[in-house]
Design a protein around this ligand. Sequence first.
Ligand code: NAD
Ligand code: UDP
Length: 320
Amino acid sequence: MTGRFERALVTGGAGFVGSHLCERLLDDGTEVVAADNFATADTGNIAPLLDHPAFRLLSRDVTLPIAAPSSFDVVFHLASAASPRDYFRLPLETLRAGSYGTENALDIAERDSARFVLASTSEVYGDPREHPQREDYWGHVNPIGPRSVYDEAKRYAEALTAAVRRERSVNTGIARIFNTYGPRMRSDDGRMIPTFLTQALSGEPLTVAGTGQQTRSLCYVEDTVRGLLALAGSDFPGPVNLGNPHELTVLAIAEEILSVTGSSSAIEYIDAAVDDPARRCPDISLARRELGWAPEIDLAQGLPLTVDWYVRKNPLEPLH
Ligand code: NAD
Ligand code: UDP
């Protein structure tokens, strides 16, 4: 599917999802330029790619016009803080990445007549009142709360992408990515999976927020990347949900992590996050129909792969 791309620009290419996407594109024979300002990146993510002859890393803040050589046939716009801890810390930067950053990435796609793929998010549904979430649900978002810097930036990014498609005939696709996990998430990014894994592997209590009865649906990163590539390889405008519809409570996920790591860590309840969505689960019928995409790696396969990576990365951390 991706073999058709000669040259890709990946904004946010040094991040968690971006680095996996760059790697997969390179494997498919695509020349890749990654543009990143390392605001939330772990530079170790792309260290192994730096010697690849078809890979180039540009240090760029995409909220400024992106000075990138032409010509790309696909532009993936992933640059943005993505973890609540990161966007609470970088509120204005996150708004800018969604607004100016998206505009600048769209400009490159227009310049090069490239396919454009926006990494949007399930957060556009806010704390949803409909389950599972379908793409035609307009969402339930607090426009001024602390999460709004991310949710509203992505909603704006979608609006901008749709308008540029209508007004300037840029070939755009919008992916609404649901919670994705896997190797290379920063241990300190504050998201549930790296936090629980790091805690379980070091014998610390797992910090479950609120009652732990809120739900998430976890997609392994390889599946998400395959979905982004399927969207890029189509002309489908989206928005289209990319996620794994297996919905679990946060407490059940914490217990699964204790079981996979063999850890005897306790569960510690901490305050719920502000405006934390109570339920999240994608309806993926559109992705199945339009892209022929569905996740293939379930939690029973993906969690051990992720644990192995964390253990290899921190070999001195004991398993309890
Ligand atoms: P990440 O924080 O690991 O990666 C984001 C990357 O963007 C980082 O390398 C960061 O340095 C870079 N970046 C941020 N602002 C930038 C700027 N102004 N200029 C250049 N680079 C900048 O996050 P991730 O989990 O890999 O998420 C990647 C994308 O996917 C984001 O757009 C995110 O909103 C979207 N997404 C991710 C998930 C998920 O569960 N991982 C879910 C929904 C949507
Ligand atoms: N969460 C938790 N403990 C943590 C980190 C997160 O219980 O140490 C909860 C969080 O409150 C939310 C869920 O796990 O209900 C997923 O949070 P994450 O930050 O991974 O992503 P979100 O889906 O909120 O963007």
